[in-house]
Design a protein around this ligand. Structure first.
Ligand SMILES: NC(=O)c1ccc[n+]([C@@H]2O[C@H](COP(=O)([O-])OP(=O)(O)OC[C@H]3O[C@@H](n4cnc5c(N)ncnc54)[C@H](O)[C@@H]3O)[C@@H](O)[C@H]2O)c1
Length: 324
């Protein structure tokens, strides 16, 4: 069992690689090798099997071909490489190149292997928006309101069609906002959803640009990584006609999440939050969907966070001593 992770140097790619290395198995088989690829050579976790780390640009079809020729064939491909929402919105051509053409390159390379590999694709809650119900249920028409969301949806359509054709065994997961993200704040409008917890628990101040009653649809890194593993395990036929689904998450207000942090960590962190509203960020984040009922995912065995208190505990165990 040889696994490829694109975006293997990123936040979720690194966590997934560590989890798979610890598990040692996937789909009932021993993992015999793993290949991590990213724009820069990714770090490799300790593992009981060899790990290849390669710099490769998913938007470069020839480079992807060389990667597959050198290390393939792969049995399971996790396609996580992407430029995230802010960057794809600021630079339409970059987003199209990496998120759409990069996905097409990966799917075509998977197809060319001829072994119908399992392909797990990271889509996003950003697939939803606009003329959709306030509460998202399975089967609503996707109406993304960003270029990033539109590119993710185009990847979903490709994944579905190429699975229907038998070129690959695809599974697309619409991830909630993953919080608490370790490391440094990034330029995403959602950045505060991690930094008001991560930075304040590490002794820094952080500004919350929205009110305490702002509702967030979120999931913990540990839960999302567990769901990526589950996505690789499931029998593809169980997905039925649509290989893409909304992952489970939690809907909590900022105030509820802060209260959970205080319960686990104590009151010092909350005292480091400032509350200067930012109308620009508010306008963006108020357009996001924050209530999702993920019946299909739960029926297929995907897991849901039980509390934000767990997320805080897991951050303290996994990330506070080892910033990404
Ligand atoms: N973290 C979240 O809240 C969230 C929510 C919804 C969806 N997602 C999706 O999950 C996936 C992983 O997200 P993440 O949070 O780990 O993001 P991340 O930015 O930490 O990781 C993405 C990785 O992709 C790499 N990448 C970018 N362009 C590339 C290219 N041309 N070729 C090869 N690699 C390239 C980046 O260098 C980065 O390491 C992404 O597809 C993202 O869109 C994440």
């Amino acid at each position: 069992m040889h696994i490829l992770i694109t975006g293997g140097g990123g936040f979720l790619g690194q966590k997934l690689a560590r989890k798979l290395a610890a598990n040692g198995k996937l789909r009932g088989q021993e993992i015999t090798a793993m290949t991590l690829m990213d724009v820069a050579v990714p770090a490799c976790p300790d593992a009981g099997f060899p790990i290849n780390a390669e710099a490769c640009d998913v938007s470069d079809e020839a480079a992807v071909g060389r990667l597959f020729a050198k290390h393939g064939p792969f049995d399971v491909i996790y396609h996580l490489a992407a430029v995230v929402s802010g960057a794809a919105e600021a630079d339409f051509d970059l987003g199209m190149r990496v998120n759409l053409m990069g996905s097409l390159n990966m799917f075509q390379a998977a197809r060319a292997q001829g072994n119908c590999p399992v392909v797990v694709y990271a889509s996003s809650i950003a697939a939803h928006g606009g003329e959709e119900p306030d509460v998202i249920v399975d089967g609503v028409e996707l109406n993304p309101q960003t270029s990033y969301g539109a590119q993710k949806v185009m990847g979903e359509l490709l994944l579905n069609d190429m699975s229907r054709k038998g070129f690959m065994d695809g599974r697309g997961l619409r991830l909630p906002t993953v919080s608490i993200r370790p490391g440094k704040a990034n330029a995403a409008a959602s950045s505060f959803m991690s930094s008001i917890f991560r930075d304040t628990m590490q002794g820094d101040t952080s500004n919350c640009p929205v009110g305490r009653d702002f509702l967030i649809f979120h999931s913990a890194p540990r839960t999302v990584v567990e769901n990526l593993v589950i996505a690789g395990e499931i029998d593809g036929a169980e997905f039925g006609f649509n290989r893409c689904l909304n992952l489970p998450g939690r809907s909590d207000t900022v105030g509820e999440m802060i209260a959970a942090m205080t319960k686990v960590f104590g009151p010092e962190a909350e005292a480091r939050i400032t509350w200067d509203s930012d109308p620009v960020i508010e306008k963006i984040v108020n357009g996001w969907r924050n209530r999702v009922i993920s019946e299909k995912a739960l029926r297929l065995g995907f897991v849901q966070d039980k509390s934000f208190e767990d997320t805080v505990r897991w951050f303290l165990e996994d990330d506070i001593a080892r910033p990404a």
